[in-house]
Design a protein around this ligand. Structure first.
Ligand SMILES: NC(=O)c1ccc[n+]([C@@H]2O[C@H](COP(=O)([O-])OP(=O)(O)OC[C@H]3O[C@@H](n4cnc5c(N)ncnc54)[C@H](O)[C@@H]3O)[C@@H](O)[C@H]2O)c1
Length: 349
């Protein structure tokens, strides 16, 4: 009989099923709060991270991206796609998985589904930024684009920023009805709207979270009044934006990692002299956040590798003492490290 793998061969794997059990076990609001704090703690260690714009492979239907980063002790990468045309085929727009590894040996520490985890970390990141930049006393948010990310965004804004009312708009009414159904009982007042103008009426925070691989105008300049915070999630790829550029001309714009956002964010519409502030500087006190009540603040979110790193490390920590993972025989670990071939031969026995 072939020898059994050594303990070193096994890596915890969090499947979609186990990720869902983990979220239900701890509660989604608790997880979003803790994840927000975990991402914020890593943003405060910004200088330690190896940072690079993500590696993107574009096609006419969408994009497949690899997002690596390391803090010198752990290394993480996420595989993620963005295919707006998938919905029409009955498939998700975004699907992802990720891996965390030790830097000192290169051995993996965790493999996890990241489709759900991306929705959680994107919502946590939006809330982390909004709690610093949104106008004081923000209670109403508009959610334009009611797809896969929408409920996560709304619940994070409730749990972390104190949002009480969410106003929904999507070009597809079925999507709005889905969100309204899913958020019933969440504690949020849910208001489905017939137009995006209606949705942003009275909103302190406007989240745009649509998917189309075009320069779209989800918000035009005349729709945006003074004093709001815009959380722009959906423009995250070259040739894919959501805001009219005149809004950028009026807003104070905050980004994750400037070199990546210049390629992928709303600011791809502006020239390189357009001023932006990397958000970690607001947290560290090196830059100002919102400076007055009438200012329009814009978080030009594209999603950055450090957020996925934080999410994977957070999940690894939460696994302790639970059964919400499987052990995957993932690393070949021969008794004699040089005898890889011998290990293969013995397996035939
Ligand atoms: N910034 C980030 O970190 C981050 C993370 C995850 C996803 N995203 C992006 O967020 C977007 C949304 O992701 P998703 O998974 O919810 O996608 P999804 O396809 O599930 O939902 C998108 C929704 O937008 C609606 N929509 C399209 N055009 C619209 C318009 N003009 N007005 C109103 N609604 C419109 C669609 O009907 C759909 O319901 C995608 O573009 C995705 O790439 C960004």
């Amino acid at each position: 009989m072939a020898p059994a793998p050594s303990p070193l061969a096994f890596i915890p794997f969090v499947s979609v099923e186990n990720m869902m059990r983990l979220v239900h076990h701890f509660g989604i609001e608790t997880m979003l709060r803790e994840l927000t704090d975990a991402i914020e703690a890593d943003y405060l260690r910004w200088h330690l991270f190896e940072k690079t714009p993500r590696l993107a492979s574009h096609s006419k239907e969408g994009v497949i991206e690899l997002m690596p980063t390391s803090d010198g002790e752990a290394f993480a990468f996420k595989y993620v796609n963005g295919h707006p045309s998938n919905i029409a085929k009955g498939l998700q727009t975004v699907a992802a998985f990720g891996l965390l590894a030790r830097v000192d040996t290169g051995y993996p520490l965790l493999l996890a589904e990241m489709t759900l985890l991306t929705a959680l970390r994107t919502a946590a990141t939006s809330a982390m930024v909004a709690r610093r930049l949104a106008p004081a006393g923000s209670r109403v948010m508009a959610m334009i684009g009611n797809g896969a990310q929408a409920e996560f965004q709304a619940i994070a804004m409730k749990a972390i920023v104190g949002i009480e009312e969410v106003r929904l708009f999507d070009i597809d009414q079925a999507a709005t009805q889905k969100v309204a159904r899913n958020l019933a009982g969440s504690g949020l007042r849910v208001v489905p709207c017939d137009t995006s103008e209606d949705a942003i009426e009275g909103a302190h925070i406007v989240t745009t979270c649509t998917a189309d691989k075009v320069y779209a105008t989800i918000l035009s300049d005349n729709m945006v009044g003074a004093g709001i915070h815009i959380n722009a999630i959906g423009g995250d790829c070259p040739g894919k934006t959501e805001l009219h550029k005149d809004i950028l001309g009026r807003a104070a714009t905050f980004v994750e990692f400037e070199p990546q956002t210049r390629i992928e964010g709303e600011i791809q519409q502006m020239d390189d002299s357009y001023p932006v502030t990397e958000f970690w500087k607001v947290l560290s006190g090196e830059a100002q956040g919102r400076t007055d009540a009438r200012q329009i603040t814009l978080f030009d979110s594209v999603g950055f590798a450090v957020e996925d790193f934080s999410a994977l490390r957070y999940v690894l920590g939460k696994l302790e003492g639970t059964e919400y993972f499987q052990q995957l025989d993932m690393v070949a670990d021969p008794d004699d490290p040089r005898d890889l071939f011998g290990m293969l031969q013995r397996a035939a026995a």
